[in-house]
Structure formats: C-alpha cells, structure tokens
Design a protein around this ligand. Structure first.
Ligand SMILES: C[S@@+](CC[C@H](N)C(=O)[O-])C[C@H]1O[C@@H](n2cnc3c(N)ncnc32)[C@H](O)[C@@H]1O
Length: 218
C-alpha cells in the first residue's frame, strides 16, 4: 500500500484521543514542551489571536489560562475543518465568550479585513501540506496579521534527515508522513520572507527535531 502523503487531517479515534496520544507517545514530555513553547506567545490586553488548525483547542486554552492569570483580555479564534476536532474544541472552550471557532479551510482566503489580528499561530499542521498549499496558508497569515504582529509556527525543525541519527530517520521515515521530511528540508526564513515576515526568534525542542519559529510581520 502506498504511504500516506499527509496525516494532517486527523480523524476518528486519533482525533478523539489526540491530546492523550500526544502526551503518551512522548512519554509525558509533550505537556512540559507545549507549555514552554506557548509561554513565548505574547499576550496583551485587547489582542486578537488566530490559531490555524486549532485541533481540540488545547493550545488556545493554555493561552486563555495564562491570560486570566496575567489579567489581560484576549480574543481567540480557532480555525479547523476536522469534525471530531471541532466538536472537542467547542466542548473545551464552551462558556468562554472570547473564544471563537470558525469552520474554515486554512488554504482558502478568510473574510476578515487585512490586519485584523495581532498574532497568528499554527502548531503541527503546516508540515502536512504540499508547498503550494503551505504558501496559500502563509499568504492568509500575511493578510490577517497586522504589521508588527507575530506569527508563531510550532512544527518540525529544519534538518537533513540523511545526516541525522537513526532514531530521527526512523521517526521521519517510518512514523511520519513524507511531507514532514519535505518540510524539514525547506528554509523557513526564506519562504516566510516571501510572505512579508522576518525572523524574530527560534526556540528548539526535542533534540533539535521540533522548533517554535517566531516571525514578525513587516
Ligand atoms: C496534527 S493536528 C494539530 C492540532 C493542534 N494545532 C495541536 O497542535 O494540538 C492538525 C489539525 O489541522 C486540522 N486541519 C487539517 N487540514 C486542515 C485544513 N485544510 N483547514 C483547517 N484545518 C485543517 C486538523 O483537523 C487538525 O485539527
């Protein structure tokens, strides 16, 4: 059977237990990692932040809890097309009037006006698209994020799988989809500069495999 090109559309059981799988497959390390990565996202009173491929809403809820602690009001928007993921998102975020869900394909243009958001984020979704689609997604971010705003990309780091240790090769070639290796072979800074973003900062996790890439809209 041909190898599945992308695993970005999370469905069925995997979607139902997505957060649990992430925690257990990483031997409990995911929670600490995601909390640390998200702690680099700037939250300010009155901010509007959009999360592309928002999944179960776990990331937005982590940010919401921090906003509450810091006493700032942030308006969050999650965009996703997964049926089960959307149900989980709505359940997790119900009762929060500042958290909105949009059933929207992130490859397609959004209805919001240019520069409607202070920041955008996308976590473990961008790698799962072919480059042409990644460009459509990035161009949507470019339209939505105001000048001086930030884009946070949590995903695979740039690396040469051929030159990586055996366990990295095993992970990319046996467990992940082929698009993950393609994503890691790309120079994100170069791609993002074509969409009006410049590098702000990178944070590296999981032995160089995962990166939080922070860009600024110029
Ligand atoms: C691997 S999950 C990551 C979920 C979440 N960002 C996280 O880090 O926990 C990828 C998400 O992207 C969503 N997705 C896939 N293709 C999409 C598309 N074209 N438009 C919007 N969401 C999409 C899936 O439904 C799923 O929720």
């Amino acid at each position: 059977m041909a190898k599945q090109l992308s695993k970005v559309e999370v469905k069925g059981l995997e979607a139902r237990f997505y957060d649990f799988f992430m925690d257990t497959l990483t031997l409990g390390k995911y929670k600490k990692f995601i909390n640390d990565a998200l702690s680099h996202i700037e939250l300010k009173d009155g901010y509007k932040i959009i999360d592309f491929g928002s999944g179960t809403g776990r990331n937005i809820m982590i940010l919401q809890k921090r906003a509450e602690k810091e006493g700032v009001n942030v308006e969050f928007y999650g965009a996703d097309i997964g049926k089960v993921m959307s149900e989980k998102f709505k359940k997790k975020t119900s009762g929060y009037e500042n958290i909105h869900f949009i059933n929207h394909d992130i490859r397609k243009p959004f209805d919001f006006e240019t520069g409607s958001f202070d920041a955008g984020m996308i976590s473990f979704a961008l790698h799962g698209f072919v480059q042409e689609e990644r460009n459509k997604i990035l161009s949507n971010f470019s339209h939505l994020i105001k000048k001086g705003g930030r884009l946070y990309i949590i995903d695979y780091n740039e690396l040469d799988v051929n030159k990586s240790p055996w366990y990295v090769k095993f992970f990319y070639r046996k467990l992940e989809c082929p698009l993950a290796e393609d994503f890691s072979s790309k120079n994100l800074e170069e791609i993002l500069s074509g969409h009006g973003f410049k590098k702000y900062e990178y944070k590296i996790y999981f032995r160089n495999i995962i990166r939080l890439a922070i860009f600024e809209r110029v």
